[in-house]
Design a protein around this ligand. Structure first.
Ligand SMILES: [Zn+2]
Length: 467
């Protein structure tokens, strides 16, 4: 009962109608100072790093940058509870039976997939685990009224279908395993894993009648094709209110196609295991709003200099303002993000991420006389939109000027390499690149998913070789 009341208080504080620009900045500043003070006092690692700084007045840009390898190499010193040891936590997550269990009765444990290098361990207290659900309720969907907006959930629970991968210690899956029990009367969750047969997933989804569907872009698009071709009838059931894309960048055209097919808004969420509540999707436009009272997101260039809104950065620096047991301050993440330079039409006072483009190391480029020139993904993507029997694709850079396009046909359909080549080359020619790039097309039955179940649509294997 006590924990339910605490949750209700947490939820109440998160409702967006309490916030405007100054209030967000004030909240962010308070939480930032509290985090610095806690880290300097209880983490030997941060005590060393923050020595000599006036933690009450220093600016964020004065603080050193934290890489994942720094964090993992100094893990036992970085956490603020001396009982936590990397070796013990690694052993804990190696045993699947521990999923959903609190380590030493206190902490939720997850690990990132390692798709960006080595996996990172993330430890959070109960309060931080609950915050994932509180933020989802308060900011994940449009509220109908201001007075006790979630009371009705006890009569009519929210129904969310999650299309990801098999349960495991990956942050998004672990978050559901740590769902507080008192939430379950008001919040029903159906997990569908992308590796299950499609027909079985469709049946489950139709029976469940979800209000909300959350999933990886590739999974959402796969279900969209089933609906478009009449093998799924979710729209007819009239239950669906919103679709949320997480974890993989989704091109605008794909989001628009999903909106056409399902008749509901498709929103994006940008988050990471190190901060699951980093943003909440915009209800009217593309992109997501940074929960700037809970985290600070800095968009920077290669040299960590700030990149202004409207311009795409090369990486981001994350500061998680609520995880005091594992302080994450100016943590470097290889994602290309563009912040919006205009106020959002939805009226949200939270800063909007206009575009999520993926990882910098998966940028495509050509090299001519030692000079690199970026080749935008759309050069390949735009012509592929005309390949109607295409189910999935992947563009892989394999040499200084060579690219492989892998194409998966829709079930029961065939693709022609000549047809794809002709469409792609027309586009490549219009970009003036016909003499500088070599393209080969491969028709494949499937594109292997990465360790966390995501499909990388753009991969630069050559960049990995030359680095
Ligand atoms: Zn918005």
């Amino acid at each position: 009962m006590l924990s339910l009341i605490r949750f209700a208080v947490m939820l109440q504080k998160l409702y967006p109608f309490w916030y405007d620009g100054p209030r967000i900045r004030e909240k962010q500043e308070q939480s930032f100072r509290a985090l610095l003070a806690h880290a300097a006092q209880h983490s030997p690692f941060y005590r060393r790093r923050l020595a000599g700084l006036d933690l009450k007045t220093c600016s964020l840009s004065e603080l050193p940058i934290l890489t994942k390898s720094d964090m993992m190499a100094n893990y036992d010193d970085l956490v603020t509870d001396r009982r936590l040891k990397k070796a013990d936590l690694s052993a804990f997550v190696d045993d699947k039976r521990n999923l959903g269990k609190l380590y030493i009765n206190t902490y939720g444990v997850s690990h990132t997939s390692g798709s960006q290098g080595q996996p990172a361990l993330i430890v959070q207290d109960r309060e931080a685990l609950n915050l994932v659900f509180a933020v989802q309720f308060a900011r994940g969907a449009k509220l109908k009224r201001r007075f006790l907006p979630h009371l009705g959930r006890l009569i009519k629970p929210a129904r969310m279908a999650v299309l990801t991968i098999a349960p495991g210690f990956y942050p998004s899956a672990a978050a559901f395993a740590y769902m507080p029990k008192f939430i379950s009367p008001g919040f029903k969750v159906l997990h569908l894993t992308v590796s299950e047969p499609m027909a079985k997933n469709i049946r489950k989804l139709e029976d469940f009648r979800p209000d909300y569907i959350t999933g990886y872009a590739s999974a959402l698009e796969a279900f969209g094709r089933e609906e478009a071709e009449g093998r799924m009838r979710l729209r007819k059931l009239g239950c669906l209110k919103q679709i949320t894309n997480v974890a993989e960048p989704m091109p605008d055209e794909a989001a628009e196609r999903l909106e056409d097919v399902f008749g509901v808004h498709v929103t994006d969420e940008y988050a990471m295991g190190e901060c699951l509540v980093l943003s909440s999707g915009c209800f009217t436009g593309r992109g997501a709003h940074v929960n700037a009272d809970l985290a600070i997101l800095e968009v920077v260039d290669e040299q960590n200099r700030p990149v202004p809104p409207g311009i795409e950065g090369r990486k981001v620096l994350l500061t998680n303002l609520y995880n005091h047991v594992q302080p994450i301050i100016r943590y470097e993440v290889d994602d290309r993000i563009t912040m919006s330079d205009v106020p959002c039409a939805c009226g949200s006072p939270f800063p909007r991420i206009a575009k999520i483009s993926g990882r910098s190391k998966d940028l495509l480029w050509i090299e001519e006389s030692g000079i690199r020139r970026e080749v935008p993904y759309y050069v390949f993507l735009a012509p592929l939109h005309h390949v109607l029997d295409l189910a999935e694709h992947q563009i892989v850079q394999t040499g200084p000027r060579s690219f492989v396009i892998r194409a998966v046909p829709l079930a029961g359909k065939h693709l022609s390499t000549d047809h794809i080549r002709r469409l792609v080359m027309e586009h490549v020619r219009s970009e003036g690149l016909e003499n500088t790039i070599d393209i080969s097309i491969e028709i494949v039955p499937d594109i292997p998913r990465g360790p966390s179940g995501k499909v990388s649509r753009v991969k630069n294997e050559y960049a990995l070789m030359v680095h």
